[in-house]
Every structure is written in structure tokens, then in C-alpha cells.
Design a protein around this ligand. Sequence first.
Ligand SMILES: Nc1ncnc2c1ncn2[C@@H]1O[C@H](COP(=O)(O)OP(=O)(O)OP(=O)(O)O)[C@@H](O)[C@H]1O
Ligand SMILES: [Mg+2]
Length: 487
Amino acid sequence: MKDGMRLISTGTPGLDEVLGGGLRRGFLYFVEGDSGTGKTTLGLQFLLEGARRGERTLMVSFSETTGELATAAASHGWTLDGVEVRDLTGKVEDGGAPVLFHLSETALDERVDQLLEAVGEFRPERMVVDTLSALRILSDRPGHLRRHMERIQHRLHQLDCTLLMVDGVFGEELLHPRSLAWGIVRLEQCVGDYGPQRRRLYVPKLRGQPYLGGYHDMRIRTGGVEVFPSLRAVPVQPAFESRVVSTGVGPLDALLGGGLLQGTSTALLGPPGAGKSTLVSQLTVALAGRGEAGAVFLFDESAETFLRRAKGQGMDLGPRVDSGALRLIRVDPAECSPGEFGHGLRRLVEEEEVRFVAIDSLNGYLHAMPDDQLMHLHVHDVMNYLAARGVITLVTMTQPGPLTTGERLSVDLSYLADTVILQRYFEAHGAIHAAISVMKKRYGDHEHTIREYRIGPGGLVLGEPLTRFRGVLTGIPEYVGEQSPLM
Ligand SMILES: Nc1ncnc2c1ncn2[C@@H]1O[C@H](COP(=O)(O)OP(=O)(O)OP(=O)(O)O)[C@@H](O)[C@H]1O
Ligand SMILES: [Mg+2]
């Protein structure tokens, strides 16, 4: 809580961050969205947060009965202890006939009176009204509803009570009570062709304080609503001094002009099976050996497979994983929105002081994303964020190989990354060999050669620089030199 501005937490940390710290005490906010977008859940989180802090919290419900609310809360593992619920639904829970409200302005007046009565009796410090839609249908004169809303707002302001008004999504008519609000949070959901629905929110309006604009992904799971502030909107940190970190492999350091620079990203590109993940393991061993924390995000294989392969190649990452210094994180791209992925990364960097991050591979992630253009921006944001925090970033991407010609890549990683390491096959004396080279490095010089490599104990074993190639820019160049420098 920022006392100077008297901001209070919404009970949803990501939303507090989006709102620039939280809600202003004593003010009116709208939470808008279609059915099932999570308005009631968010409202309950707000009230439970107040109850935790020992505040008087009131839920006036026009839509769900006390029993229904308790059931919804229980499904998230909550109880409504400490939250005063006033059930104004008119529903009878023991199976009796429900009260039928006349659609009239008198009925509207009566219901608002009931609401204000509850307020007067209980004198809440936090309050949720769920939902304004229930009052809206009683009157077709927007001006009438708005005047009532003004009454409610005035009363709660006197009590210094923060009010979340839940509402559906309605038109932009002139007298919409929304215009009385200090801030509005809009919840949305959409369903893709595959996987669970994607949820997101944005803040169409917030007076008097800076906030994070644009869409922010969110998720509802057992335990409530989680909001993932977009990496794009997170403020950048001041510049840091970056150092070159050795890869632990002499010839690879030579190729890279010394090693990997902190705060830069390196793309590992190559055809399928070229050894990109092996190189990730090898670089992980070198980076983790410096005693810094790191994380590898696995999109294509399980942590066990990654560990087993590395171990088979003489790199035992197990102890690092066991000690918690190295995090191997399996990501299911169908389940994880870009926002949630970015948020997980942020938590690792800011809370667990992770200093290097590997993403293996980007292909798996991209395939699950419906919108190529946005994905490009997202990857750009992720890299920018990590760079600004001085993190060393490795990203692998499988490029069309001899067996996958014609495949289209939706994100040009070679353009986004600071350094590009290219692994590829070449032909020599009638056999296929593998070569590695550094295609680009934004900061500083690097070797402009091609070296052969083999995968041996400890990862990639590099040979001497080779010259005498023909067709270097074709898919598979041919080595036309002597047999002797080959491995
Ligand atoms: N444990 C859970 N795991 C995943 N999703 C859940 C879980 N519990 C609830 N949900 C989701 O939350 C949605 C309900 O949210 P909520 O009742 O807060 O929406 P609402 O905006 O208030 O809807 P309405 O306008 O109909 O009142 C459900 O439709 C469901 O998709
Ligand atoms: Mg609801």
C-alpha cells in the first residue's frame, strides 16, 4: 500500500501493478465484462483482501445468493469469513418461489434504498456491488439509474469506502454511470481453436495516477484470478555494466570474440538434430559453474529428457537442479499465454535473481500462437526486458534443414537476437559433417570462420577454422579442401 496516495490492494497483485499500485481509498471503480469473465471472482478477492487486513467488507449481491457465492468461493479454497454478504437477489434458497420484481422505477428506487440501508447499517470500508446490470434492467431511463449511482457514490465517499461496481458490457450512452467512476477495469475472454480460453484485461480509464496501458493476460484457476502485467508496459531499469562471460570452451570463445556478453541475447540456429540443445546444456554448465542462478524453459521436451541427454554427454546438471541454482521449466505452449510466460520470467529475474535464461526452442512456442505478428512483438519484448536486466539470454530455433525445406518461420530470430550462432551440415569427401559459425554479433568483433564440430563428452568439440568451402550460402555447403583438418 502506498500511504501517500492511500492506495489499497485489490487482492490481485498483478492487477495492483497494472493500476499503478492499487485502488484509491474511498473511490468508485467499475469492473466490467461479459458473463464468466471473472468479475465476481475478482470482487471476492478484493473483499477477502480487506477481511485479511481486518477491514469491514460488504458484498451486496443482486445476482448470486449467499449460498451460491459461498460455493463459488469454496471452489477456490476460500471461505467468506470476514465478508458481510447481503443477498438482495430475491431468490429463495430453500426452493420457494422467487420474488418477482416489477420492471419499474419504483422497484429500482426500492432496491437502491435496500442497498443504502445495508451500507448505513454496516458502514463498510470495502464494498462490491454485483451487479449493476440487475438494477439497469429495472429502468429504461439511463438518467434515473445514474442519479441513483450518484447517491450511492456520495454515501460511500462519505464513509471513505472503496466500491467495486460489477457491470456487464453496455453501450457508451451519454449518461452511463461508468463516467462517474475513478477507474474502470475491463475483463475479456476469447476461445482459440485449441487449448483453454485466453483471458485478458485492460484499463480503459483511470484518473490521477499512472498505470500500465494495453492488454494484460490473466488466468482463472483454483485459487482465483491471476493477472500478468505485460512485459511491454513494465518500466525499464537503468543501464548496468556488462561483462563478457566465457563459455568454458576455448574455440567457442574464439568464435564469439571472447564469450557471451551480459545483457545480450544469442540465437542458436540450426537444422533439426544439429545439437542446439546440446549447446544449450554446454553453455548452461559454463554459466551455472559461475555460481549464478539460471533457468532453462523447455518447450519441446521434458526436464528429464533434457537432463538425461546432458548426462549421457558427460554433463551432469542434476546437482545444480537439486540445489535450486538451475531451474528447468517445462512449458506447455497451449496452456501458457505469452503474458503468463513473460510474468514467470520476470518473477525468476526479479525474485530469484536468475542471471541467464535459455529458451529451447522458440519453434514450439510459436506454433501454438495464433497471431504471428503479435508473437514477433512479444519475443522482442521478452528479449528487451532480459537485456535491460543484464541477463544472458539463449534462444534456440530450428531452421529448415535438408529434410524441411520450404518451412516458413514466423519470427526472424536472427534479426531479433544480438548474436547469432549458426550450426549446419556440410558435405566433404562424400560424407556429412557439422559446422558452427558466428553469423552476427551486435556488440564487438567475432571470428568470421567456419569450424567443424562433433558432439562428444562434455558437449560440442570444435575443430580448427576451415576455409575452402564452395556454396557457403546454399543449404549444404561443400568443403573442397584437404582431408587433414577435418575431424
Ligand atoms: N477453479 C477454476 N479453474 C479455472 N477456471 C475457473 C475456476 N473457477 C472458476 N473458473 C472460471 O471463472 C469463471 C466464473 O467467473 P465469475 O463468476 O467471477 O465470472 P463473472 O464475470 O462474475 O460472470 P457473470 O457475469 O456470469 O456473473 C467460470 O466461468 C470459469 O471459467
Ligand atoms: Mg458474477
